[in-house]
Design a protein around this ligand. Structure first.
Ligand code: DUC
Ligand code: ZN
Ligand code: ZN
Length: 469
């Protein structure tokens, strides 16, 4: 590993955009200088960042590598998925270890460690999915927080019979989280009600992918979001984070809770900021299967996308994650031909989040600082990785992206690195490009060339969220 002086760039963070040079010694950021004030010669390589933004490496707080779902597995391994993430300027992922109903939590976690160990190109951490809340899993929550660096637990109000928890189970897990300081992450959709609508649609012969969206209406996301917020209030304001929020009325629930000063947070994902029920999920024939994900894409005739962008500006939405859950069209999405409910749920975007959100800056929807906050700084702080990750500051890990606002990115299955046979973003053009990616002091991406390696990525034990009151 060589030391690096990044010269001539503009460092962007929550503090604004400031021309500065950055010295990296070993794996850490050592110093930040006024332009030209850094060392002139020494044991370092100079990276010319003239005309580029120097930003902290992206932190994607919601990925599913190799997730078992709908009779198949998400198609990215930790190897392929973290390499693709690196190409897109993401240097940390937080993936979801899975406990399925009936399994011991620690066994699910051990299985996730076994999948990821030695495979990752960038640093990684885990949240824990609880597929069954009972006395044992509640005890396990304490152990994971105390010993394993896992401080967030995902529960599902959807998917009865798979990951679903009922309200009593949710309340118990929330009470435990209130005691040990962990964050409850909630998949907020009313699963039992959705199952009724799905059955009725199939009985009417409505089998196309668009019915995935039509049977998961906004009301059932808003209702579940509201119920989760009320349950968290019963659990003495347990920290609550709503994942993949897609709908205006769900956002209203989060905003109202935040206005009351509650420990309630939410993320959205790029697909909800750009893609729609009609244009993607409603594509002719079975094509729409590419965009089957839950929560679903929302109608372009309603104000969801504009409201989500506004939520990002106002901090009612704190984070943009991908919910990266890729499935190939062939043999995977195709499992649902003739029955939309059998289409594996998920979209792959881990490679494109930094770019897609930068397009929001170009379009005047986000400030530069807010871009960096939502893709890096806030997820690091939300999930106990700050200041090691998410900021350009002395002492932080040297996870750094040089971003070129004068270059362009064209997204295509022909050029992406995710293990998918299609792209949900085919043909999208971004007015900006990831130029160089540094992970713990090592240049792993330079232009289109890859210099990283699997096994470079380390497991990160996380602390508690910075945001709790
Ligand atoms: N949503 C998805 O789209 N995929 C995996 C799980 C989930 O909640
Ligand atoms: Zn979910
Ligand atoms: Zn997810």
């Amino acid at each position: 590993m060589t030391n690096i002086l990044i010269k001539g760039g503009t460092v962007v963070g929550p503090q604004g955009a400031i021309p500065a040079d950055v010295l990296v010694i070993g794996e850490k950021i050592s110093a930040i200088f006024m332009p030209g004030d850094g060392p002139v010669e020494g044991d370092f390589e100079v990276l010319d960042a003239t005309g580029k933004y120097v930003i902290p490496g992206g932190v994607d707080a919601h990925t599913h590598m190799e997730l078992p779902f709908g009779g198949t597995f998400a198609s990215d391994t930790f190897d392929t998925g973290t390499r693709a993430a690196a190409f897109g300027g993401t240097t940390t992922i937080i993936d979801f270890a899975v406990q399925r109903t009936g399994e011991v939590v620690q066994d699910g976690l051990a299985a996730w460690h076994a999948k990821a160990a030695g495979e990752c190109h960038i640093d990684y951490a885990f949240h824990q999915i609880l597929g069954g809340v009972d006395d044992e899993s509640l005890k396990a929550m304490d152990q994971l927080v105390a010993d394993e660096g896992i401080t967030s637990f995902k529960l599902f109000m959807a998917y009865p019979g798979v990951f679903y928890s009922d309200d009593g189970q949710i309340l118990r897990a929330m009470q435990k989280a209130r005691d040990n300081g962990a964050m409850i992450m909630m998949h907020a959709e009313n699963g039992p009600a959705i199952d009724v609508l799905v059955k009725q649609a199939l009985e009417r012969g409505e089998t196309d992918p668009i019915h995935h969206g039509l049977t998961r209406p906004e009301a059932l996301e808003a209702e579940a979001t509201s119920r989760a917020i009320w349950l968290a209030s019963v659990a003495a304001d347990c920290p609550l984070y709503i994942v993949h929020l897609s709908a205006s009325k769900a956002l209203e629930q989060v905003a109202a809770a935040r206005d009351l000063g509650r420990n309630v947070f939410a993320e959205t994902c790029p697909q909800y900021l750009y893609l729609t029920l009609e244009d993607q999920l409603g594509a002719p024939g079975f094509e729409g299967a590419k965009w089957v994900c839950s929560t679903p894409l929302r109608s372009k005739h309603e104000s969801h996308r504009a409201d989500l962008w506004r939520g990002l500006r106002s901090n009612d939405l704190s984070v943009v994650s991908t919910d990266h859950c890729p499935f190939c069209f062939k043999d995977q999405k195709e499992l649902g031909i003739g029955d939309f409910s059998k289409i594996p749920n998920g979209i792959g975007s881990v490679e494109h989040r930094v770019d897609l959100l930068y397009q929001g800056v170009v379009d005047g929807k986000l400030s530069l600082s807010r871009w960096v906050e939502t893709i890096a700084t806030t997820p690091a702080r939300m999930f106990g990785l700050y200041p090691r990750k998410g900021v350009i500051a002395p002492g932080s890990d040297a996870d750094i992206v040089l971003y070129d606002p004068s270059a362009r990115t064209r997204i295509s299955v022909e050029t992406h690195h995710m293990n998918m046979d299609h792209s949900a973003w085919e043909g999208y053009e971004i007015a900006g490009k990831v130029d160089t990616v540094i992970s713990r002091g090592t240049v792993i991406v330079s232009g289109d060339a890859y210099h990283g390696r699997k096994g470079h990525g380390q497991y990160l034990r996380r602390g508690l969220s910075d945001y709790l009151v």
